[in-house]
Design a protein. Structure first.
Length: 279
């Protein structure tokens, strides 16, 4: 609920009014699609709902979804960094991978928002692929308009809105980690609240990689590896990970399936998402 409130606050700050019922259905419906597909296709579904229901451009819709996802990413990165710092296997390679991941997330944001870096990047892109190129030029022009719209939507947000969004994200994850700790207590995991939060955060970061559906396998491996370094038996750590999946992912999928039945996104629009969002 806190994350949904943060999303609604972002929309209001951009001058977009989205009714409570359609917003809730779109939110849970996008979660349902996100759990069934590798990567973050659910975010495109959320943007499609927003584009159609509020009669706005795809770039403007994506700017809100993009910011909401950034809140999650930076929260998970912060907790993941603390997890690596406290782990006995915090090797140089592990820290290097984390630094590269942070740069990969921060650099596009800086290039997109800062006027100097955005202008430099635009000129560089046009030198590499000129806009008058017969095949790529029209597509690049459409993509440029899409990026400009996302940038304009992000620049509409004030510092106070960003601060409230960060605080709501912190609250949402504090509740989520608390629920995960209750699951850990239920299975008798011999670790405290902080290690459980670290393990779940690392597992959530791994699921961002589009290599499996709902992070099955990859999330379990990371949680088992982290808790194993703390002396937790592999079978017990795996049981905890599977219970997390059943409790939160399957439970969320059931709510999302109901929301999808009540408010499905057009499949034709979903398949044409990259083209549609640029219009």
């Amino acid at each position: 609920m806190s994350r949904w409130c943060a999303g609604q606050l972002t929309l209001r700050s951009q001058g977009i009014v989205y009714g409570t019922r359609p917003a809730v259905l779109a939110y849970f419906g996008s979660i349902f699609i996100g759990l069934l597909t590798p990567g973050r296709l659910g975010e495109f579904v959320k943007a499609l709902h927003l584009k159609q229901d509020c009669a706005i451009s795809g770039g403007r819709a994506l700017s809100s979804v993009f910011l909401d996802r950034l809140f999650d990413l930076f929260m998970l990165l912060a907790v993941g960094a603390l997890a690596l710092a406290s782990a006995s296997f915090g090797t140089v390679d592990g820290w290097l991978a984390l630094v590269l991941l942070v740069l990969a997330l921060v650099a596009p944001l800086v290039l997109l928002i800062h006027p100097v870096s955005f202008g430099w990047f635009s000129r560089l892109a046009q030198r590499i692929v000129p806009l008058d190129h017969p095949k790529v030029g029209p597509k690049l022009t459409k993509l440029g308009g899409w990026v400009v719209e996302i940038r304009a939507g992000l620049r509409q947000l004030s510092s106070s809105v960003l601060l409230v969004g960060v605080l709501l994200t912190l609250l949402a994850y504090a509740i989520f980690f608390g629920q995960c700790y209750l699951v850990a207590l239920a299975v008798g995991l011999p670790v405290g609240f902080v290690p459980v939060s670290y393990a779940v955060a690392l597992g959530s970061l791994i699921t961002l990689l589009p290599v499996s559906i709902s992070g099955i396998g990859t999330r379990d491996a990371s949680i088992v590896a982290y808790l194993g370094a703390l002396g937790v038996a592999s079978a017990q750590a795996l049981g905890f990970s599977l219970l997390i999946f059943v409790t939160f992912y399957i439970g969320g999928a059931l709510l999302g399936a109901l929301a999808w039945l009540l408010k499905p996104a057009p499949l034709a629009a979903l398949r044409a998402a990259p083209a549609t969002m640029r219009e």
